[in-house]
Write a protein that binds this ligand. Sequence first.
Ligand code: AMP
Ligand code: MG
Length: 325
Amino acid sequence: MVALILCICGCASNPASHAQQAEATAFRFEFARVVMGSRARIVLYAPSEGDAVEAARQAFDEMDRLNLVLSDYTDTSEAMRLCAAPIGVPHPVSPDLLDVLLKSARVFEASDGAFDPSLGELTRLWRSSFRSGRLPDPDQLADATARSGLRLVRIDEARSTIELLAPGVRFDFGAIGKGYAADRALRVLARRGLPHAMVDLGGDIALGEAPPGESGWRVEATDDRGEARELLLANLGVATSGDTYRSVTIDGVRYSHILDPRTGLGLRSSLAVTVIADEAWLADAIACAASVLGPKRVQPLLQRWSATRILWIPSQNGSAEDDES
Ligand code: AMP
Ligand code: MG
């Protein structure tokens, strides 16, 4: 079972400097709201309730704003409008969409396409399989596969433009967007002078400075033997991917909501992963890529982002040895 629980600690004592004194007078506040269809939770330390409420409001607003850029659940998001843009024409995009695409391209390349934010046609098919309980029609699957892959997208960083090279390409930032939004929300809090904060957006977690007087946020994660481990982490991103809560059984086979872009079907792996990386967007995307690649094939990714740590978690229906999908 995938478990990731954050336990938040109290404040420091014996302040020695001005900074520590300010920290010692900070109180803990917690806020929750639905963002991107998931529960978003913010924990922060602030000198007053007024500061805390206003900062949290701005952080939630930032995540809502990014949802309007990235979502594939509404045709009016910037990403979906881009998908409807003429083929073969460079299309100007916002700094946010450009940034997410550039970050995505790095993980796409390093994972040899295991993480692919342009497989939206495949995820659309797979979502209907979730509803119908039937595997996709082979012709539709082949068609959606042909429309997937970042090689069909030209990114011009200098000009801030995106060009679609084939019709029917559809973005799905489901495996990077929540982590990215959590990072950005955390940045909003830091800019308001509240760096001792964490943002958890549906399990994709951006951790800021540790709670005052503590050396980190207590993160409890299940390890590859299925045992709970407590980690003390700060200024990092944490993400968990797996099929514990989102799976479908078709003809007796259990499939995940994470797709192997090579087959267009959900993974059958029994492993879930928790990833710790420099930022939440990276942990989010690598958690997806690692789920597809499995423990053996994920090594090049770890060489590219050497600070990244992966905990492999056996899910209820398998063992850590069943690593390949
Ligand atoms: P997460 O919720 O972070 O585990 O990400 C899973 C979501 O990302 C899915 O619901 C899809 O929308 C999308 N997705 C599934 N498979 C992939 C993949 N191989 N690469 C990129 N995104 C994916
Ligand atoms: Mg995620």
